[in-house]
Design a protein around this ligand. Structure first.
Ligand SMILES: C[S@@+](CC[C@H](N)C(=O)[O-])C[C@H]1O[C@@H](n2cnc3c(N)ncnc32)[C@H](O)[C@@H]1O
Length: 340
C-alpha cells in the first residue's frame, strides 16, 4: 500500500500532540484521499461488505480511516457499528462524515490501536483494512490474529480474508547508473550499493509493468486461520525463462481476497504500490530463475538452479551499509566538526 504517515511511539505532551497533528494533517488527508478516490478498491470493498452484512448484524470497522465503511454499514442497517482508528486527526473526520451522512447516532467511535482497545461483545462482520507499507510484517499479522480472537463472533466474517504477495521477473524501467551519463566516469560502486534497496512503483506505472513470466505467489496469508507462532514473512518463487539475461528485477504486488471471489490485484488499485527488488543481470540463456524473499529482514536472493557455477546473489540494505562502512575505513580523508 502507499506508505502511511509515520507514527510516533513515545507519549507526547498536549502541545507536542497538537503540533504533530498539524504537521501530519496534509499527508494524512492525502493518504486517505487516495483511497477514497480509488474506484477499484472501493467498489470491491463495498461489494464484499454489502454481501456479508445483513440488516441487524453488528459491524466493526478497524483502521476506520475516514469511517467510510462504518458509515456504509450504518446505512445498510447494521444493529451496532463501532469504528476504531489509531490516528488522532481522523477521529473528528469520522465524526463529521458520519454526521454529513445522517448516521452520527449509529456509530461508536474509538480512538486507539485495536491491540489496546477493549469492547464489550463480538461482531458478525469485521472490516479491517489496517495495512500500510509493511502489510506482511509480523506486527500487522499479530494485530489481525488479535482482532479475530477477541472481536469476531463465532461464524463471523472477516474482511479481507486472504492476502498474497505475487512476484514476477521484469526488466527494470530505470537501471542504476554504472557510469555518470554523458561524462564517461565509472560509478559502479554506487550502483552496486543501490541494488540492495528495494523500491516502490506507484500507480499508474505499476499497472503498466511488463512481466517476463507469469506472476506466482511468494507469500500467502489466510487471516481466518493464521497464527503468530507459525507465521513467517518468507517465501520463494521459480520461473522458467527463455532468456535469463533479460530480467534484472523482481516486481511484487499484493492480491487481496476481500470475501469469496471478490479479489483485488494491487496493480489495478491506485492505493497500492508494487515492489521492486533489483539484482545484477546474469549472462545466461534459458533456464530457471529462483527468487527468495524475507520480508522480515528485507533481504532477497536470486539464483539459477540450472547453473550451479553461478553463485547465489544476496541483497539487503545491511550488506550495502557494511560495504559502505568498509569503504569509509579504506578512504583516506580529513574530518572537520562544526565550528563552535
Ligand atoms: C489503509 S487505511 C484504511 C482506512 C479506511 N478503512 C479505508 O478503507 O478507507 C488504514 C488505517 O488503519 C489505521 N490503523 C492501522 N493499524 C491500526 C490498528 N491496529 N488499530 C486501529 N487503527 C489502525 C491507520 O491509522 C489508517 O488510518
Amino acid at each position: 500500500m502507499v506508505k502511511a504517515p509515520p507514527e510516533s511511539k513515545k507519549p507526547l505532551t498536549k502541545k507536542e500532540r497538537d503540533e504533530r497533528l498539524a504537521a501530519h494533517l496534509p499527508s494524512v488527508l492525502q493518504y486517505h484521499n487516495t483511497m477514497l478516490t480509488d474506484k477499484v478498491r472501493n467498489g470491491l470493498l463495498k461489494k464484499a461488505i454489502t454481501r456479508a452484512l445483513k440488516p441487524g448484524m453488528s459491524f466493526l470497522d478497524i483502521g476506520a480511516g475516514t469511517g467510510v465503511w462504518a458509515i456504509l454499514a450504518a446505512k445498510l442497517g447494521a444493529s451496532r457499528v463501532v469504528a476504531i482508528e489509531a490516528e488522532e486527526s481522523l477521529i473528528p473526520v469520522i465524526g463529521r462524515l458520519a454526521h454529513e451522512n445522517g448516521v452520527a447516532e449509529k456509530i461508536e467511535i474509538i480512538h486507539g490501536r485495536s491491540d489496546d482497545v477493549r469492547i464489550k461483545g463480538r461482531f458478525d462482520v469485521i472490516a479491517s483494512e489496517i495495512f500500510d507499507s509493511n502489510a506482511f510484517g509480523k506486527e500487522t499479522i499479530a494485530s489481525f490474529v488479535d482482532i479475530r480472537k477477541r472481536f469476531l463472533a463465532k461464524g463471523g466474517i472477516l474482511i479481507p480474508e486472504r492476502f498474497e504477495l505475487m512476484a514476477a521477473p521484469i526488466s527494470r524501467p530505470d537501471t542504476a547508473a554504472s557510469e555518470a551519463a554523458g561524462v564517461g566516469i565509472s560509478t559502479s560502486f554506487l550502483s552496486e550499493l543501490k541494488l540492495n534497496y528495494s523500491d516502490a512503483i506507484t500507480f499508474p506505472a505499476a499497472s503498466d509493468l511488463k512481466f517476463l513470466a507469469d506472476p506466482v505467489t511468494v507469500i500467502s496469508i489466510d487471516f481466518r486461520t493464521v497464527e503468530n507462532e507459525t507465521y513467517s514473512a518468507e517465501g520463494e518463487a521459480i520461473w522458467k525463462l527463455r532468456n535469463l539475461a533479460k530480467p534484472d528485477g523482481i516486481a511484487t504486488f499484493s492480491r487481496s481476497t476481500f470475501l469469496g471471489d471478490i479479489t483485488m490485484s494491487a496493480l489495478d488499485s491506485q492505493s497500492w504500490s508494487a515492489g521492486l527488488y533489483p539484482f545484477a543481470r546474469f549472462e545466461k540463456g534459458s533456464g530457471r530463475l529462483r527468487f527468495k524473499l524475507s520480508a522480515d529482514s528485507n533481504s532477497w536472493t536470486v539464483s539459477l538452479p540450472d547453473s550451479p557455477e553461478e553463485k547465489e546473489r544476496n541483497y539487503s540494505p545491511v550488506f550495502a551499509f557494511t560495504r559502505l562502512k568498509m569503504a569509509q575505513k579504506m578512504t583516506p580523508h580529513r574530518r572537520f566538526s562544526k565550528r563552535k
